[in-house]
Ligand binder design. Structure first.
Ligand SMILES: *[C@@H]1O[C@H](CO)[C@@H](O)[C@H](O)[C@H]1NC(C)=O
Ligand SMILES: *[C@@H]1O[C@H](CO)[C@@H](O)[C@H](O)[C@H]1NC(C)=O
Length: 201
């Protein structure tokens, strides 16, 4: 049987122990329109003709294999209202300007749940090194693999897929001044690490 638990103060957020993934995503999407654009698209997208694909079992989506290679053009708008930018020297920081060309990013799925984020103008990848320094990398490498996750407040977090600090995830974060945070100091719950992906056309 299903066990539903409504966490305190958040009537739209359920802990579901037995609902299928698509249903869970639809539930999320009905409450989280922005963050779920991509999920909607992924769920509605044609599956292609690869008959060995395991992504469809009946009507249920079982894996995200078909998302690999999906490219999205986005701005990342931080909880503190900065647009994340990667400039032509590979410097990462925030800007309040909506029109800063360095804040236009390309977010690409490279593995299930893992994305690469590239500044379209600068061609640098958003990266976190072993020491937790957030920087722009000229070439794609392990530092550039980021775990993308939708948090309970609708914002996304981006954690290094490669490096941890004492087994704890290290996140991309912008301080209240729009400066990149040392990822070792970041926490999932800290809103400095929270970003809304804004779709662009
Ligand atoms: C189907 O996809 C799998 C995994 O991506 C790949 O290994 C395989 O070669 C593909 N098959 C065809 C017929 O495209
Ligand atoms: C980000 O860096 C640019 C270029 O160095 C600078 O002009 C801008 O003021 C910085 N933004 C913040 C919020 O510090």
């Amino acid at each position: 049987m299903c066990k539903w638990k409504v966490t305190k103060g958040a009537s739209t957020w359920f802990r579901l122990s037995c609902l299928s993934l698509p249903l869970l995503l639809l539930l999320l999407c009905s409450t989280l329109p922005v963050a779920c654009n991509d999920i909607h698209r992924a769920m509605l997208a044609p599956r292609g003709t690869n008959s060995s694909s395991s992504s469809v079992v009946g009507r249920h989506v079982r894996s995200y294999n078909h998302l690999s290679g999906d490219v999205r053009k986005r701005k990342l708008f931080s909880y503190q209202k900065f647009f994340l930018r990667i400039d032509k020297n590979g410097k990462v920081n925030g800007t309040k300007s909506k029109d800063d060309p360095y804040s236009t990013l390309e977010i690409k799925s490279v593995e299930v749940g893992i994305v690469a984020i590239k500044g379209i103008q600068s061609n640098y990848y958003l990266a976190i090194n072993k020491k937790g320094v957030v920087y722009g990398a000229r070439d794609f490498g392990v530092d550039c693999k980021l775990i993308e996750r939708i948090e309970e407040n609708r914002y996304n977090t981006y954690a290094s897929a490669e490096w941890r600090n004492k087994k704890k995830h290290m996140f991309v974060g912008l301080s209240a001044n729009g400066r990149p945070m040392r990822a070792k100091k970041t926490r999932r719950k800290n809103t400095a690490t929270h970003f809304l992906p804004i779709p662009l056309e």
